[in-house]
Design a protein around this ligand. Sequence first.
Ligand SMILES: [Zn+2]
Length: 484
Amino acid sequence: MSTQRTLVKDGHVLTMDPALGDFESADILIEDGVIVAVGPDLGVTDAEVIDATGHLVLPGFIDTHRHTWQSLVRGICGDWTLGDYYFGMRLGISPAYTADDVRLGNFYGAVDALNAGVTTLLDFSHCNNTPDHSDGAVRGLQESGIRAAFCYGFFESSPHGTQFGDHAARIADFHRIADQYFTSDGRLTLGVSLSEIFGLPWEQTVSELSAARERNALLVNHAGCVFGSPLSNGILEMDALGLLGPDMVHVHCTTFDDDAVWEALARSGGKVSISTQTEMNMGFGRPAFQRCRQHGIKPTLSADIVSLNSGDLWHEMRFGLSCARADAADAINSAGHMPEQVAVTAREALTWPTVNAADAMGLGDRVGSLSPGKRADLQIVGGAALEQHPVVDPYATLVFQTSSADVRTVLVDGQVVKRDGVLTVADRQSLTTQVDAASERILGRVRDAGRTLPGTPPGAFDAIEPITREYHEQAVRAAMAGRH
Ligand SMILES: [Zn+2]
């Protein structure tokens, strides 16, 4: 088979690889999806050329937590709290999704991500209501061509618990998916989305952790995001039982104010994903940038839910940097002073969705920087838009001025998925027609089932509380006994 060679030519290249640095004008040579050389004027004449003159070239972005299936109800949570979301989305809308809705939601969500320069997703998949739904979720990602960790979630979205019968059947379905789709090394890798800790019996949390580790799968955990409740805690209990690890991405961590929790996370090599927009809009606290800095944990970013905010990490990065700087300035301001310098630079913000995120997903040897030997996942940014001129400081342009419309060309594994502003993996018109129709059908089913949105039942949280506390007690007893 002949080698496929592509040359990204004459771009301003930000490699995000400290050993390589940046080039005001350089070429990137790609062979069969792998970056083989980066440097000025490589003198290659026998490759397909993508002209990047006058543009910035950087690694594709990596989102470390997205419920991709929710793309079909984009923006529905505009005025919802986290409680509204739990009852309205996870118990209200999710049961109205068919298996094909999950496929289309994941396909559309992945295409939306690619369009914005996101080349890798951690898909926190928790609409696996039947085995067909989990098949649909995997296929939607596969069809899009995106790189993703498909993280299987075991959440029971039906209030009647009808779909799988019991938790063990869900674990069995995870193993079926692992055998069916993840035996070879492609763009999709396998993960597990833990059910919220203390939202289910402790032994079931342990069985989810064990299933993931049996398959060497990435683990993602909604952690520390509910104030005044044990729900989504459990870091200290997992630490006591040796269940934490560097294979875990802990999402949010906004309620953790105990240094011992952060020390346990840092000691375990755990990663942190920050969803600035959902955290601040839905009332689950201040993003944990400052805590990460204090404990030497490198932050990563996630769009979380397109059902609230955009799937565009440009906004997430910009808003995140504002939060990180404001948090760092707080202590100085409250002492009656002004900061003498910014605490976090724009370049550092660009590490969050690139090198940090690749490392968090265990993909640091494959993606995250434009280094020879890595897969060619990259984006070419710039063009005619007013906000792209002039480029005085490329990092400032990217972090503060850029949107998905400025993402001109995107490659995944060396394959073009967007070329000069036009998606090549989907027909935009036909896709949006399908998406609008599917969305109407889903919301029609919600109405037909007599569910109002967001529809938090009065006193619902008070009703959950004693159950959560009991599950917490189970973990405490297990930790004290020193066994799972
Ligand atoms: Zn989430």
